[in-house]
Design a protein around this ligand. Structure first.
Ligand code: SF4
Length: 413
């Protein structure tokens, strides 16, 4: 993996900035304000994305940031209309989903991912904006509508306090919930969420080990993070490590309602820095997105700084082959710059993830060995697990360890 691709695997679009919930861990600075995206912005984006989608059947438009459904069905339909034959995905808090929304998703074959953090008590920090009432009953009502209407959905779960016993409880909950895939994120310190997120090595590592153990008992639910580890293990065992990471970093443009494009980390939108400006690479109402991306990846100061940070990771971090340098936004919000290496995010969601799964599969007493050595020692065990997780298989030209839902992309470009 070297440098940044001029062609993204997906583009994130905000339908509006408003969110009807106020979650304590949210990174968005403008979520209390209704700033809708004009159709002219969608039209301008579609001029570039239709070409990208024609060359890549996996290409997607992802509606995310603010609560996309708060825009309303007519507005979201109008924003989707300029796009040609492109897959649309939506990341939603589910509170507004009803039968009409389910028909909307089905008619457009949208992929739906809901944000729910586990059983009711795990969602205590999520309340209805302006009322302070718990959001969970409305989240579940929306999920029931998806189930009633036969709309498949993935789930995204944020864990703020990893603690013993939580992972297996979460796994049982999501098995019961009926989602077809699950992503688990440890809370991140980014955007307006300034809470430090170092939950400690033992707690986080044990959390991932317990999640792996729960999945081994019943591997019927696909878990993004387990897929990632098994994909890495499979590639190592096949002598194909170079297929684990994308050939180049995905630029992941995010388009804000005023047409500005933000690369690599949607979390940077809405912030300014004396050294980096407002982080926007250009405005799609004035220049084609295709040009904005291809110019910014070689000239934007913070983008080139991020690339040098990734190279520093490659030189110094034994986990680079699994991680690939993690996310730009976490570096900025934890260190104030992009060329640092370790962050609490990469410790929680890369290093401790890999070590935790290895603890479960390859016996913790061998922890002084490198991850690669431990994987090779437990080759038979990993082969069995990989057979149970076909989505983690390594294929001829790339590792399919992650999937097609938002934020699951780990694709060769
Ligand atoms: S784990 Fe952290 S230090 Fe290592 S490659 Fe990833 S981002 Fe870099």
């Amino acid at each position: 993996m070297r440098g940044i691709s001029p062609v993204p695997g997906y583009v994130v679009m905000q339908a509006n900035t408003l969110c009807n919930l106020a979650c304590t861990y949210c990174y968005l600075p403008d979520r209390a304000f209704h700033r809708p995206t004009p159709v002219a912005v969608a039209r301008a984006v579609a001029e570039s994305t239709d070409r990208w989608a024609a060359d890549d059947p996996g290409f997607a438009i992802v509606w995310h940031g603010g609560e996309p459904l708060a825009a309303g069905r007519p507005a979201l339909a109008a924003l989707m209309e300029p796009f040609g034959d492109v897959e649309h995905q939506v990341q939603t808090n589910a509170t507004l989903i009803n039968d009409d929304w389910c028909r909307f998703f089905s008619a457009r074959r949208m992929r739906v991912s809901v944000s729910v953090d586990g059983p009711e008590e795990c969602n205590d920090h999520r309340v209805i904006r302006g009322f302070g009432r718990p959001a969970y009953p409305r989240i579940i009502k929306g999920i029931e509508a998806l189930r009633r209407n036969g709309v498949p959905f993935a789930a995204l779960c944020v864990v703020s306090n990893p603690r013993p016993g939580l992972a297996s409880r979460l796994y049982d909950y999501f098995l019961e919930l009926g989602c077809d895939a699950l992503g688990v994120s440890i809370e991140e310190q980014e955007g307006v969420n300034e809470r430090a997120n170092d939950a400690g090595d033992d707690a986080v590592r044990t959390f991932w080990a317990e999640l792996a153990a729960a999945w081994r008992r019943d591997p019927s639910l696909r878990i993004r993070e387990i897929d990632h580890v098994l994909g890495y293990a499979g590639a190592l065992l096949a002598g194909a490590e170079d297929r684990v990471l994308p050939r180049r970093i995905d630029p992941t443009p995010m388009i804000s309602p005023d047409g500005r494009a933000f690369l690599l980390s949607p979390e940077l939108a809405g912030f300014t820095d004396p050294g980096y400006g407002d982080f926007s690479a250009g405005n799609v109402l004035r220049r084609p997105l295709n040009d904005i991306v291809s110019e910014a990846i070689v000239s934007a100061s913070w983008v080139t700084e991020f690339v040098s940070g990734v190279e520093a990771c490659r030189r110094t971090c034994p986990y680079f082959g699994f991680c690939g340098g993690a996310n730009a936004g976490n570096r900025y919000f934890e260190h104030g710059r992009f060329d640092q290496t370790h962050t609490n995010h990469c410790r929680n969601s890369r290093i401790r993830l890999l070590e935790g799964v290895l603890d479960e599969v390859a016996i913790r007493s061998a922890a002084t060995d490198s991850a690669a050595t431990r994987i090779h020692r437990a080759a038979d065990e990993f082969a069995l697990l990989i057979a149970k997780a076909p989505s983690a298989a390594v294929t001829e030209d790339r590792c399919e360890s992650t999937g097609t839902y938002y934020n699951w992309n780990n694709r060769s470009r």
